[in-house]
Design a binder for this molecule. Structure first.
Ligand SMILES: NC(=O)c1ccc[n+]([C@@H]2O[C@H](COP(=O)([O-])OP(=O)(O)OC[C@H]3O[C@@H](n4cnc5c(N)ncnc54)[C@H](O)[C@@H]3O)[C@@H](O)[C@H]2O)c1
Length: 263
């Protein structure tokens, strides 16, 4: 992978980056010269992340973090700052997926999805923004939204609502932090082939009476570019929104979805 050193001397925190899109973005940020603090919920790094840590022993650490717990997020930021100094970039990515027919979706599902995808996302962002504002760091936050946040879906109501909230909080935070020179944007992927999609496919199979793997093939064919995205294909947008190349862009949600959504 060619490096343009676009994130040289930057320190990024990436949540939910033990696998999937977050891990691909961590690898891309490291390649661009960033120091990275990766957070995920498991006590130890995943095998893929451990392999990346072996390649970047000086510039990558892992901090086990539950983003739904304020004390855990505070420990993450403290550990990150002690190791690599002030935070310049937050890739606010951790989330969970679940779905059910609207009349069957219960409070437990609602609580879990909103706890991680909205409360965890918001307070992680708020705590990092507080450090940036306090230290005068003209940083960048990238929140992970989704095409699901652009339009409701009969079977996916809670997840869609959480991702709509990510878009809204991105706009509010961007306006609140603009005077401090801190930019807040979001990325809205379409369908990306990650561990999350294994779970999504199994749920659609259950509720739509499909064979395993059938939904994944169908959603790929429905994309104007004709296929699902690869986690690496989110990384370009994530680097752009973290770097000086996007210095005049804030409050936006960038669709990275092969043409699924036009807005
Ligand atoms: N894969 C897709 O098609 C797709 C599409 C649109 C948006 N997204 C969004 O992109 C982001 C990454 O998705 P992905 O597909 O890589 O999913 P993934 O499931 O592979 O990764 C999500 C990560 O978040 C972590 N996580 C969950 N709860 C956590 C918690 N409480 N604290 C810390 N970490 C926690 C998980 O352990 C996991 O490693 C998510 O915000 C997702 O909603 C994904």
């Amino acid at each position: 992978m060619t490096s343009l050193a676009r994130l040289q001397d930057k320190h990024a925190i990436l949540t939910g980056a033990g696998g999937g899109i977050g891990l691909a973005v961590a690898a891309a940020y490291l390649n661009e010269g960033a120091r990275c603090t990766v957070a995920d919920i498991s006590a130890a790094p995943s095998a893929e992340l451990a392999a990346l840590m072996a390649r970047y022993p000086q510039t990558l650490i892992y901090v086990a973090t539950d983003i739904t717990k304020s004390s855990s997020v505070e420990q993450l930021i403290a550990r990150a700052s002690q190791t690599f100094g002030p935070v310049h970039v937050l890739f606010n990515n951790a989330a969970v997926f679940d779905m059910a027919p609207l009349l069957e979706s219960d409070e437990a599902m609602y609580d879990r999805l909103f706890d991680v995808n909205v409360k965890g996302m918001f307070f992680t962002m708020q705590k990092v923004l507080a450090q940036m504002a306090g230290l005068g760091t003209r940083g960048a936050v990238i929140n992970m939204a989704s095409q699901a946040g652009r339009r409701g879906e009969a079977l996916v109501s809670h997840y869609c609502a959480t991702k709509a909230a990510v878009i809204s909080y991105t706009q509010s935070a961007a306006l609140a932090m603009a005077p401090a020179g801190i930019r807040v944007n979001a990325i809205a992927p379409g369908v990306v082939d990650t561990p999350m999609w294994g779970h999504v496919d199994a749920l659609f199979a259950r509720y739509e009476g499909l064979q395993a793997g059938e939904k994944k093939i169908a959603v790929g064919h429905a994309v104007p570019l004709g296929r699902m995205g690869h986690p690496d294909e989110i990384a370009g947008a994530a680097i752009f929104l973290a770097s000086a190349e996007s210095a005049y862009i804030t409050a936006q949600t960038l669709n990275v979805d092969g043409g699924n959504v036009m807005s």
